[in-house]
Design a protein around this ligand. Structure first.
Ligand code: SF4
Ligand code: SF4
Length: 363
């Protein structure tokens, strides 16, 4: 029997699982802090510059792979996953998403971002979980992370049975696909470890083939600089022209490598109403979103992850998508809407509007 401060470790873990389920998590695992074997891959990724402008990734260097350096005293990492597929997603939701992507006048927002900002949701619930553990074992050292730059979240999940790393580099689970968030509690308690699960990508390479920008440069290797998720959310400044057509109507994030993944037929609906779709993000047109001024953008995205990118990047992304729609359909309202914002636009957005208008030669 493994003991944690004189308590039965396995019984404590069983309790933790129960509390986690009550907080809306679908699974928790416990990982060791020695992630040494992940370090060469991380260093090669950084060395290749695949992190793009996400300087914080390079800044933290190997601290990301060393939980005990990031939070001294850490002995274990509790890795938790929470499903986010909106409750309202019907059977065959992937087909609906593909249809939306094929409709140039529609705006596609990544599924995870259609509800409430997950950072706060997960953080609050992980902290409650940590507090319940303190009630059981007494005060202990811990720190909660959600989608935090210095943490190798997928690695920790994969090592503790939260799934395996898919060829698209996201965590993947037989019972839950990949439509889930990850969060961690670093603890200075020697909780019993939970074993990893086998990988089941097999000979599939659908995510590599489907990626519109060729961002998955090899199985398990993502060049973030080419990834639409990165380009529309993290990337500051101009979107490189070589990727603008491929961006299509994706205005915030990209789900293609997940939509195509066969394991996502097992994706679970969110248990929390926080991830319900906020209107109009589930079925907005580009013109509808383009009509928002900054005040409306801030109002509509209050409590949403989208707000983090700010109005300028939002307009930049929309301008590219409108340009793609204009090229395909030639619908005059698209051109007029782009023209309508040209004069008042700041230089960054203006350049994207000009690109958009140039997608179709004037008659
Ligand atoms: S999110 Fe989109 S662009 Fe990024 S790797 Fe997946 S399919 Fe490619
Ligand atoms: S699409 Fe295929 S290769 Fe890619 S993560 Fe899913 S199962 Fe693995």
């Amino acid at each position: 029997m493994s003991a944690v401060r004189g308590l039965d470790g396995e019984a404590l873990l069983a309790q933790l699982r129960e509390w986690a389920a009550a907080e809306g998590f679908s699974q928790i695992g416990v990982a060791d802090v020695d992630l040494g074997s992940a370090e060469p891959g991380l260093l090669a990724w950084l060395h290749n510059g695949f992190h793009g402008a996400m300087d914080y990734m390079a800044r933290h260097g190997l601290k990301r792979a060393r939980p005990a350096e990031l939070v001294p005293g850490t002995l274990r990492v509790v890795s938790a996953r929470m499903d986010y597929l909106p409750e309202s997603a019907p059977e065959g939701w992937q087909a609906i998403e593909w249809q939306r992507l094929a409709a140039p006048d529609q705006a596609t927002v990544s599924l995870y971002a259609r509800g409430r900002d997950y950072h706060k949701v997960l953080r609050t619930r992980l902290q409650r979980l940590a507090d319940r553990l303190a009630d059981a074992v007494g005060p202990y050292g811990h720190r909660v992370f959600t989608d935090s730059a210095p943490v190798l979240e997928v690695e920790l999940a994969a090592r503790s049975g939260g799934g395996w790393r898919g060829k698209h580099t996201l965590a993947l689970h037989r019972d839950g696909g990949s439509m889930f968030f990850l969060g961690e509690i670093f603890v200075d308690l020697a909780l019993p470890l939970t074993p990893p699960v086998d990988a089941h990508c097999g000979s599939c390479s659908a995510c590599l083939t489907v990626c519109p920008t060729g961002a998955i440069v090899a199985p398990y290797r993502l060049d973030a600089r080419r990834c639409i998720s990165y380009l529309t959310i993290e990337h500051p400044g101009a979107i490189p022209e070589e990727f603008r057509v491929a961006l299509g109507n994706r205005v915030y994030g990209c789900d293609d490598c997940q939509l195509v993944c066969p394991w996502n037929k097992y994706a679970q609906r969110a248990r929390l109403p926080d991830f319900d779709v906020r209107e109009p993000l589930g079925d907005a047109t580009l013109l509808q979103l383009w009509a928002w001024d900054e005040a409306e953008f801030l109002r509509r995205t209050e409590g949403s992850a989208i707000r983090r990118i700010g109005f300028q990047r939002w307009q930049r992304n929309l301008a590219v998508a409108l340009g793609n729609a204009w090229r395909v359909s030639g619908d005059a309202p698209l051109r007029d809407a782009l023209h309508g914002r040209l004069e008042a636009a700041d230089p960054l957005v203006r350049e994207h509007i000009e690109w958009a208008l140039a997608q179709r030669p004037l008659p």
